[in-house]
Design a protein around this ligand. Structure first.
Ligand code: SF4
Length: 237
């Protein structure tokens, strides 16, 4: 285990930086103002290096390092952006866009532009296709827009709520977020805290009112479809 009081010095993009032992490359790079893109990473969740968009070059090594989980080492020389790093990020973005509907993920769309990704490079026939789940008055779930960042699962568990209503289900390409035994959300342990919706980086999880407005629902329809919310508000008032 590293001693957090120990300070180490490394070089990132030609700039020397001294950080506490245990600091990740991403944290050190950000302290210098270096722009390292992230998708699965969120300040409120435990980093897990799932999406790999934050990879950087380290010590000229063959393997790129996921900056969100790899701790800095003394004397390390990091390149946050070079030709290999760009090619890797571009390929990840192209694969993501071949499988996931990113129409409501503007931050990822910007990365596609920035890295010159060609979404058509991989066949789109294999896009993840899930039916929108509308099973409660609070939010809807469209897992065809899910990038499997795991943030919702993590905030529902040890990172925040300790409710454990969500988990990953199935394997490989069919992996998706679900409740235990795929029961409707009101039958799960969900307490409708909304934390999963707040950390979702795409439109996969959406408040019911926002969804209703997008669908062109009338006020009466919104009232009817979220009436549990309204009843609760009345009770509290
Ligand atoms: S639903 Fe949203 S937060 Fe959850 S894994 Fe998918 S993209 Fe991430």
């Amino acid at each position: 285990m590293s001693d957090a009081s120990e300070m180490i010095t490394l070089t990132i993009d030609g700039q020397q930086v001294t950080v506490a032992a245990g600091t990740t490359i991403l944290e050190a790079a950000r302290s210098l103002g270096c722009d390292v893109p992230v998708i699965c990473y969120h300040e409120a969740t435990t980093p897990n290096g799932l999406c790999r968009i934050c990879v950087v070059g380290a010590d000229g090594g063959r393997l790129l390092q996921p900056a969100c989980i790899v701790p800095c080492r003394a004397g390390m020389v990091v390149e946050t952006r070079n030709e290999r790093v760009e090619r890797s990020r571009r390929t990840i973005l192209e694969m993501l866009s071949s499988a996931v509907n990113l129409a409501e993920a503007p931050a990822i769309q910007s990365l596609l532009d920035e890295y010159g990704a060609q979404p058509d490079r991989f066949p789109a026939a294999e896009k993840r296709d899930h039916t929108l789940i509308d099973d409660n008055p609070f939010y809807v779930r469209d897992y065809s827009q899910c990038v499997l960042c795991w943030r919702c699962v993590q905030v529902c568990a040890e990172d925040a709520q300790y409710t454990y209503a969500l988990a990953l289900d199935h394997r490989g390409f069919d992996t998706h977020v679900s409740t235990a035994f795929s029961v409707p959300m009101p039958e799960s342990s969900c307490v409708f805290c909304g934390q999963c919706v707040s950390v979702c980086p795409t439109g996969a999880l959406k408040p019911k009112i926002e969804f209703g407005l997008e669908q062109g629902w009338t006020l009466e329809q919104i009232w009817e479809n979220t009436r549990f919310l309204q009843k609760n508000r009345r009770k509290r008032g």
